[in-house]
Design a binder for this molecule. Structure first.
Ligand SMILES: Nc1nc2c(c(=O)[nH]1)N[C@H]1C(S)=C(S)[C@@H](COP(=O)(O)OP(=O)(O)OC[C@H]3O[C@@H](n4cnc5c(=O)[nH]c(N)nc54)[C@H](O)[C@@H]3O)O[C@H]1N2
Ligand SMILES: Nc1nc2c(c(=O)[nH]1)N[C@H]1C(S)=C(S)[C@@H](COP(=O)(O)OP(=O)(O)OC[C@H]3O[C@@H](n4cnc5c(=O)[nH]c(N)nc54)[C@H](O)[C@@H]3O)O[C@H]1N2
Ligand SMILES: [Mo]
Length: 774
C-alpha cells in the first residue's frame, strides 16, 4: 500500500458520526453483535456493569445512555465470540505465536481454559485448576524468601479481587506489588500527598459544572476519556474558559459532536471544546506553570503598590498553607529566559494563560500522562498545586485538582492496598484484623521488579491482568528478565505477548470479564470499583460467561492462596462464596469503607470523601504546603549530553484512537488521520527536511542513553504533522523498546515515556507491510 492510503488527515469533529460508524463496525466485528448491543445498554447503568474502559465518572443527574465510542470498543472486545482454546494452542507453538503482532494475538478471542506451558514441546497444554494452583504453590513454597516473587496488578481488577490479592501476598510475606500505576499517575499521588495530604483528585463531577476555568494539561480526552468532552463543551457554552495545554492539536480538544444529540447529528454541527490552546515543549509544563505564577506575583506586587485588591488569596494562604515565602523566592530566582526556553512558549502566550487563570474565581486543573511520564513529574505536579494554592483554588466548589486516572479501577486498587510502599496504618489494620506478621519493608515497583528478575533475585512473576511484557520499558531487556523466571503466571481474559514470554514454567489462568455474570456458591456476585472522582459503586456482570471453565479473579486468587497457605489467615473458599464477606473485611481495615455493603445500596454508589476538598490537610504541619523546586537546568539527561551526543528530536509515546493501552482494537487513528498503520513517526515537516528526509520516508529510530545499549526500532514511516519544532510522537507499545529502563521519574520510578532523546537513521529494510489484519 502507498503512504497516501494510510495518511489522510481528518477535518471532522470528535465523536459524532465517525464514532457511531466505528462503534457499529466493532459490534459487527465481535462475532457477537446482538449480545453486545444488549450489553452496551447496561453499561454504567444502575444494576448494570461498570464500563471496563477508563476511570472517568458519571454526572449523577445524567439520564443519558452512559457509554462512549471507546467504552463500546472495550465492551465488544471483551465479548468476542472467538475462542483461544486448547485446540488453538495445539495448532500454534509459542515460538510461532511470538511472530504475530500484538493486534493479531488479542484478536484471536477469549482465553477459555487454564493452560500450562510445556517447554519440551513449546506448546501450552490444557491443565486443571487444581493442578495449576498446586504448581503455583509449589514454586512459591520453594523460594528462599517471599521477596523473590513479584505480584503485578493491572488497574482493571475490582476492589474485591485487589483486596484478596494483597491479603494473600502479604500473608505470604512480601510487599512486592509492581503495578500499572507505577507507570501512570504515580507522580500525581506522590506530589499531592506531600503538598496537600491526599493522593487523589479533590474534585467531583459537579465541580466541572461550576468552574470558571478548566485547564486540561497533557491529556487527550477525545480518545482516552471521551465522556469528559461533554462537560468541556458545556463549560465553553456557558462562557467558562477551557484552556488546553498540549503540544499536539488533539481533535477532541477542539470540536465535539454529541452522538446522543439528534439535532446536532442531523445538522452535522459541532461545538468547540476549548477557548485557548497552548502548545509547550515536551516536559515544558513546569516552566509554563512557573511563568504563570511569576506573572501573578508581578501583578500582586503592582496591586499592593497601587493599593488595589490583591491577586493572591491571602486569607486562604494564611489559614491553610505554609512555605509561601520560600516559593516566592524561587519564583524570583527563576529567570524569564529559562522559563521561555524550557516551556517552548513566548512571553505573550504565558501572559495570556496567566490572565485567563487570574480572571477565573474557580479553577479546576486536570492532567494526565503528558505531566506524569517525565523525570521531573513530581515537581511539575507540585508546581500545578502551588499555582492553585496561590488563589485558594483547592477546597472550594468549582475548583480543585484532578489527575484524571487511567484504568477503570486503578484508583480503587491503590485504596485496597496494592501499594509497594504501604502506609503503616494499612499494615497495622491488617495485622490487627488477621493476626499475622505483616511484611513491613518496601517492596518492588515495576522498574525494580524488572531489575530484580534481570539479576535473578526474583524468580516468580504473577500478573493479575495487564500485559507486563509490553507495557513496560526497554522491551528487549524486560523480556530477557521475564525469561529468567522459574515461573510466570497470568490471570487474563485475552491472549497477549506477556503470556508468550515465559519463564521455565508458565500458566495462563483465564478469568471472567467485568461484563460477565459471576456466579458463586451463594449466587451471582457484584464487584465494586472507584472512579477518578472517588465515587465507589457496584458492578453486576450481565452476559453469559464465554466458557464454563472460566473463574472469577477473586476465585482464582482464593484458589492460589488456599493452595499456598491453607486456610491462613482466612477461609478463602468461604470468603468467595459471597463477595459481601470480602467487603466486610474491607470495611474493617480500609478507612473510608466503613459500613461498605450497606452504603452500596445508594443508587450511583457513594463518595469516599477527600480531606483536602474540605480544607483539612493531612500533612505534618496540618497545612497545605507550597513546594519550591528548582526548574531543571536541562531536560535532556545530563549524562546523555556528557557523551557529546545531540538528539535529533525528543519523542513522546502515546495512544492512538483505536487502542486500549497494549490492546489494539484496530489499526486506525481517526482523529490524527492515520489509517491501517501503526509504525508511524509524527514530526513537523521542517524538522523532517532539516534532518535530510522527506515525508513518507522510512526511518529507524535510535534512542540515546548513558549506557552502551543501542535501543532501536525499525521501519517507521515519517508523517509530516503539526507539531512544535524538535518534537516527535509515536505510538506505544511499539516504541517501548526505546525507553531505557533506568530513565525514570525522580521519586516515582515512572518510565519517562513522554521524553525520549532520539536520532533518526535511514531505514535499512523497507519492505514491511502494514501490521497484518487478522
Ligand atoms: N480508549 C482508551 N482509553 C484509555 C486508555 C487507552 O489506551 N485507550 N488508557 C487509559 C489509561 S491507563 C490512561 S493512563 C489514560 C491515558 O490518557 P492520556 O494521558 O490522555 O494518554 P496519552 O495518549 O498517553 O496522551 C497524553 C497526551 O499528552 C500529550 N503530551 C505528551 N507529552 C506532553 C508534555 O510534555 N506536556 C503536555 N502538556 N502534553 C504532553 C500528548 O500529546 C497527548 O495528547 O487513558 C485511559 N483511557
Ligand atoms: N511507552 C509507554 N509505555 C506505557 C505508557 C505510555 O504512555 N507510553 N502508559 C503506561 C500506563 S499509563 C499504563 S496504565 C500501563 C498499562 O499496563 P497494563 O495495565 O499492564 O496493560 P494493558 O494493556 O491495559 O493490559 C491489557 C491486558 O489485560 C488483560 N485484561 C483485560 N481485561 C481484563 C480483566 O478484566 N481481567 C484480567 N485479569 N485481565 C484483563 C488482557 O489479557 C489484555 O491483554 O502501560 C504503561 N506503559
Ligand atoms: Mo494508565
Amino acid at each position: 500500500m502507498s503512504n497516501d492510503e494510510h495518511i489522510k488527515g481528518y477535518s471532522g469533529a470528535a465523536a459524532g458520526w465517525g464514532a457511531l460508524k466505528s462503534v457499529t463496525r466493532s459490534w459487527l466485528g465481535s462475532d457477537n453483535a446482538v449480545k453486545n448491543i444488549r450489553a452496551m445498554l447496561k453499561t454504567n447503568q444502575d444494576h448494570g456493569f461498570d464500563c471496563p474502559g477508563c476511570a472517568w465518572g458519571e454526572s449523577p443527574e445524567s439520564g443519558l445512555v452512559k457509554f462512549c465510542e471507546n467504552g463500546a470498543k472495550a465492551v465488544n472486545w471483551e465479548s468476542s465470540g472467538r475462542s483461544v482454546d486448547p485446540d488453538f494452542f495445539a495448532r500454534h507453538p509459542v515460538a510461532e505465536l511470538l511472530k504475530q503482532t500484538d493486534y493479531w494475538l488479542e484478536y484471536q478471542g477469549r482465553l477459555s481454559h487454564p493452560m500450562r506451558y510445556d517447554a519440551s514441546t513449546d506448546h501450552y497444554v490444557e491443565t486443571t485448576w487444581a493442578d495449576a494452583f498446586a504448581l503455583v504453590a509449589r514454586h512459591l513454597q520453594d523460594l528462599e524468601s517471599p521477596d523473590q516473587a513479584e505480584f503485578y496488578t493491572s488497574g482493571r481488577a475490582s476492589n474485591e479481587a485487589a483486596y484478596l490479592y494483597q491479603l494473600f501476598v502479604r500473608a505470604f510475606g512480601t510487599n512486592n506489588f509492581p503495578d500499572c500505576s507505577n507507570m501512570c499517575h504515580e507522580a500525581s499521588g506522590i506530589g499531592m500527598a506531600d503538598s496537600i495530604g491526599v493522593s487523589k483528585g479533590t474534585v467531583v463531577f459537579d465541580d466541572l459544572e461550576h468552574a470558571d476555568a478548566i485547564f486540561v494539561i497533557g491529556q487527550n480526552p477525545g480518545t482516552n476519556h471521551p465522556r469528559m468532552l461533554e462537560p468541556l463543551r458545556e463549560a465553553v457554552q456557558r462562557g467558562a474558559q477551557v484552556i488546553c495545554i498540549n503540544p499536539l492539536k488533539e481533535r477532541g480538544l477542539e470540536r465535539f459532536q454529541h452522538p446522543q444529540h439528534p439535532l446536532e447529528m442531523l445538522s452535522n454541527g459541532s461545538k468547540p471544546t476549548n477557548t485557548a490552546y497552548f502548545r509547550p515543549a515536551l516536559g515544558g509544563d513546569m516552566a509554563l506553570m512557573r511563568g504563570i505564577a511569576k506573572y501573578l506575583l508581578a501583578w500582586e506586587r503592582e496591586a499592593a503598590a497601587k493599593g488595589e485588591p490583591p491577586v493572591f488569596d491571602h486569607a486562604f494562604i494564611a489559614a491553610h498553607t505554609t512555605g509561601l515565602d520560600t516559593y516566592l523566592v524561587s519564583l524570583d530566582a527563576t529567570s524569564w529566559e529559562h522559563i521561555v526556553e524550557q516551556s517552548g512558549l513566548g512571553l505573550e502566550d504565558i501572559e495570556l494563560a496567566a490572565r485567563m487563570y487570574r480572571r477565573a474565581e474557580r479553577v479546576v486543573m486536570c492532567w494526565a500522562m503528558g505531566i506524569t511520564q517525565h523525570r521531573h513529574s513530581v515537581a511539575t505536579v507540585q508546581e500545578i498545586i502551588n499555582l492553585q494554592l496561590l488563589r485558594g483554588n483547592v477546597g472550594k466548589p468549582g475548583a480543585g485538582l484532578s489527575p484524571v486516572r487511567g484504568h477503570s479501577n486503578v484508583q480503587g486498587d491503590r485504596s485496597m492496598g496494592i501499594d509497594e510502599r504501604p502506609p503503616a496504618e494499612l499494615l497495622d489494620a491488617l495485622a490487627r484484623r488477621f493476626c499475622f506478621e505483616v511484611p513491613r519493608g518496601h517492596g518492588h515497583n515495576t522498574v525494580q521488579a524488572i531489575q530484580a528478575m534481570e539479576a535473578g533475585r526474583s524468580r516468580v512473576f504473577l500478573g493479575l491482568g495487564g500485559n507486563f511484557a509490553q507495557a513496560t520499558p526497554d522491551t528487549e531487556r524486560t523480556h530477557a528478565a521475564l525469561r529468567r523466571c522459574e515461573l510466570t503466571v497470568h490471570i487474563a481474559t485475552k491472549l497477549n505477548r506477556s503470556h508468550l514470554v515465559t519463564g521455565r514454567d508458565a500458566l495462563i489462568l483465564p478469568c471472567l470479564g467485568r461484563t460477565e455474570i459471576d456466579r458463586q456458591a451463594e449466587g451471582p456476585q457484584g464487584v465494586t470499583v472507584e472512579d477518578t472522582f472517588s465515587m465507589v459503586h457496584i458492578s453486576h456482570g450481565q452476559l453469559k460467561p464465554h466458557s464454563s471453565h472460566l473463574r472469577s479473579e477473586p476465585a482464582i486468587i482464593a484458589g492460589i492462596a488456599e493452595a499456598t497457605l491453607g486456610d491462613r489467615p482466612v477461609d478463602w473458599s468461604w470468603l468467595i462464596a459471597d463477595y459481601g464477606r470480602i467487603r466486610e473485611l474491607i470495611a474493617d481495615t480500609i478507612p473510608g469503607f466503613e459500613n461498605f455493603n450497606a452504603r452500596l445500596e445508594q443508587p450511583g454508589g457513594f463518595h469516599l470523601g477527600n480531606a483536602a476538598a474540605e480544607r483539612v490537610w493531612h500533612t505534618d504541619s496540618g497545612k497545605a504546603r507550597f513546594r519550591a523546586h528548582e526548574l531543571p537546568d536541562e531536560l535532556v539527561n545530563a549524562s546523555v549530553l556528557a557523551r557529546g551526543e545531540t538528539p535529533d528530536l525528543i519523542l513522546q509515546t502515546m495512544r492512538s484512537h483505536d487502542q486500549y493501552n497494549t490492546t489494539l482494537y484496530g489499526l486506525d487513528d481517526r482523529y490524527r488521520g492515520v489509517f491501517g498503520l501503526r509504525q508511524v513517526l509524527f514530526v513537523n515537516e521542517a524538522d523532517i527536511r532539516r534532518l535530510g528526509f522527506e515525508p513518507g520516508d522510512r526511518v529507524d529510530i535510535v534512542s540515546l542513553w548513558d549506557d552502551e545499549r543501542r535501543r532501536r526500532v525499525t521501519n517507521f514511516v515519517l508523517v509530516a504533522y503539526d507539531l512544535p519544532p524538535g518534537q516527535a510522537a509515536a505510538y506505544y507499545p511499539e516504541t517501548n523498546p526505546l525507553v531505557p529502563l533506568d530513565s525514570y521519574g525522580d521519586q516515582t520510578f515512572t518510565p519517562t515515556s513522554k521524553f525520549i532523546a532520539i536520532v533518526l537513521e535511514k531505514a535499512k529494510k523497507t519492505n514491511i507491510l502494514p501490521a497484518k489484519q487478522a
